[in-house]
Design a protein around this ligand. Structure first.
Ligand SMILES: [Zn+2]
Ligand SMILES: [Zn+2]
Length: 255
């Protein structure tokens, strides 16, 4: 299993960070998680086999998390020959189908009927989605927008949790507890903190409670990069911390 950070930025446009996007590659699965603006470019740049992405999972409906999705579907339709015929599944919280229908109304029918099987699966916290290769996907609600979820990906005893965009949540910390890799948003410095995002202090508290084996921080608005994120987090969480950049990856040895 390999988890790659494609986009570690936000809607505050940055020369070095694309909007949100990640890819999880495991046997039989190439899963894109969020697809903000700039992610199609990063897929090509990092030589990710974008033509064979099998699933896309959306954490919520802010455009910095899905702005490049229509571009990607159009690329699957017209971007290579012979055209794609393999199916793709788009996973997201309830409302994902309606979002795609609205986008399709704007862009054209091809978005939902691209010429290869495209299905939408809306997931709730009660669901355990079984993906190929014994990969299990689960979601947990997070305080950001009404539909926002965090994702858990589990395979052969290894577990990755991606918070998506979130504010502080004890329930999220408990749900993520003991995971191998916690990919956690770190949006704003303390003086700019809001209920819908995390500060480095709150990332440290979340990690202290969740006790992941490795913490990777992402989704940095430029002002948070002016503070010493690593020291602030380190006061609360003693484990290994990565301040992710676009193109960072984390490998799990397959048992
Ligand atoms: Zn965001
Ligand atoms: Zn958001």
């Amino acid at each position: 299993m390999r988890f790659t950070t494609l986009g570690t930025g936000t809607i505050s446009l940055s020369p070095g960070r694309s909007c949100a996007g990640y890819v999880l590659e495991s046997p039989g699965v190439r899963l894109l998680i969020d697809c903000g603006s700039g992610i199609t470019r990063r897929l090509a740049e990092l030589a990710i086999d974008w033509q064979t992405i099998t699933h896309v999972a959306l954490s919520h409906f802010h455009i910095d998390h899905h702005g490049d999705l229509p571009t990607l579907v159009f690329a699957w339709k017209y971007g290579f020959l012979p055209p794609r015929n393999a199916p793709v599944e788009i996973i997201g919280p309830p409302g994902t189908q309606a979002l795609l229908e609205r986008l399709s109304a704007a862009y054209g029918e091809w978005l939902l009927v691209p010429g290869f099987p495209l299905s939408v699966r809306e997931v709730t916290p009660a669901d355990v989605v079984e993906l190929p290769g014994h990969l299990k996907l689960r979601v947990h609600p997070v305080p950001h927008t009404p539909e926002s979820v965090a994702y858990s990906f589990e395979r052969v005893g290894r577990r990755i949790v991606y918070t998506g965009d979130t504010g502080p949540s004890d329930a999220l910390a408990a749900w993520a507890h003991g995971c191998d890799l916690l990919v956690c948003e770190c949006s704003l410095p303390r003086e700019m903190g809001i209920a819908e995002h995390l500060t480095p202090e709150q990332c440290g508290e979340l990690a202290a409670a969740a006790a992941p084996k490795h913490l990777a921080l992402t989704h940095f608005y430029p002002p948070v990069e002016n503070v010493d994120i690593r020291s602030i987090v380190g006061v609360r969480y003693a484990g290994p911390v990565t301040l992710a950049v676009d193109g960072w990856h984390f490998d799990f040895e397959d048992e």
